[in-house]
Design a protein around this ligand. Structure first.
Ligand code: MTE
Ligand code: MO
Length: 238
């Protein structure tokens, strides 16, 4: 098993980030409980492939496994430090499972990762194939719980957290940049790269400008997300 330690550039945290205790449940799902996981959960692959297909989780179990020690950075400004993920490297998954199924005429430029709850993230092929991107099934030695993306999630530690789609159920290979979903709020406009060390927090505004506004969103979003947690209410972190 190989272990990768994410680059820290000699700084404890990327610009504008503050460490939090533990690892809160957080996301665009807000107060909604985690989605039901089908017993036969599989990742559906579509887009620029010769024919769509699905990859059952049992297939991941047979692939070379990787560990990744990394901090996790939400675009709103909190960072969870030193998480230990385990799963399959996305680069290996791409080589073994996705590339052989590609339409031979296609040049993939972007990968779309979709979750069971409808969340989706768009990643350039360059960022997706960075060596430390993982299809993670375990966190800190245990299978992912529903707060953190059971049964499998993307983890891209050099990008803001919204890229790391939880409850991963769909991978689409694209040959052009997909358009932003209709109704996307300009205030929360995503950056096409979302790299944390470059503070690519926002699509058009400089990262440091939006910091204070995004930071205001942390307490209400955290409280809403905690409300939808799977564990006992008394375990909800404040
Ligand atoms: N399926 C799904 N994945 C998601 C989200 C979501 O709402 N749904 N939120 C994203 C955001 S904004 C963040 S910061 C991280 C939070 O991951 P955590 O809940 O494990 O802390 O998940 C990301 N992945
Ligand atoms: Mo986030």
């Amino acid at each position: 098993m190989t272990t990768t330690h994410a680059v820290t550039h000699g700084l404890r945290l990327p610009p504008g980030q503050r460490a939090v205790e533990g690892f809160p449940r957080f996301g665009t799902h807000l107060h909604h409980p985690a989605p039901e996981i089908p017993a036969d959960h599989a990742i559906a692959v579509g887009g620029a492939v010769r024919a769509p297909f699905t990859v059952p989780l049992a297939h991941l179990a047979r692939m070379p496994r990787r560990e990744l020690a990394a901090d996790f950075h939400c675009v709103a400004g909190w960072s969870a430090v030193d998480l230990r993920w385990e799963g399959v490297g996305f680069d290996a998954f791409y080589r073994e499972v996705l590339a052989p199924a590609l339409d031979p005429a296609a040049t993939v430029t972007h990968v779309v990762f979709g979750g069971l709850d409808g969340h989706r993230s768009v990643v350039t092929i360059e960022d997706a194939l960075a060596g430390d991107v993982l299809l993670a099934e375990n966190l800190d030695g245990r299978p992912l719980d529903s707060d953190h993306g059971a049964p499998v999630r993307l983890v891209s530690p050099r990008q803001y957290g919204y890229i790391s789609t939880k409850h991963l159920s769909r991978i689409e290979l694209r040959t052009t940049a997909p358009a932003a979903p209709r109704g996307t709020d300009r205030l929360l406009e995503e950056h096409p790269r979302a790299r944390v060390w470059e503070e690519e927090r926002h699509g058009t505004l400089p990262g440091p400008w939006v910091r204070p506004i995004y930071r205001l969103l942390i307490p209400p979003i955290r409280a809403l997300c905690a409300w939808g947690r799977s564990g006992p209410r008394e375990a909800v972190e404040q």
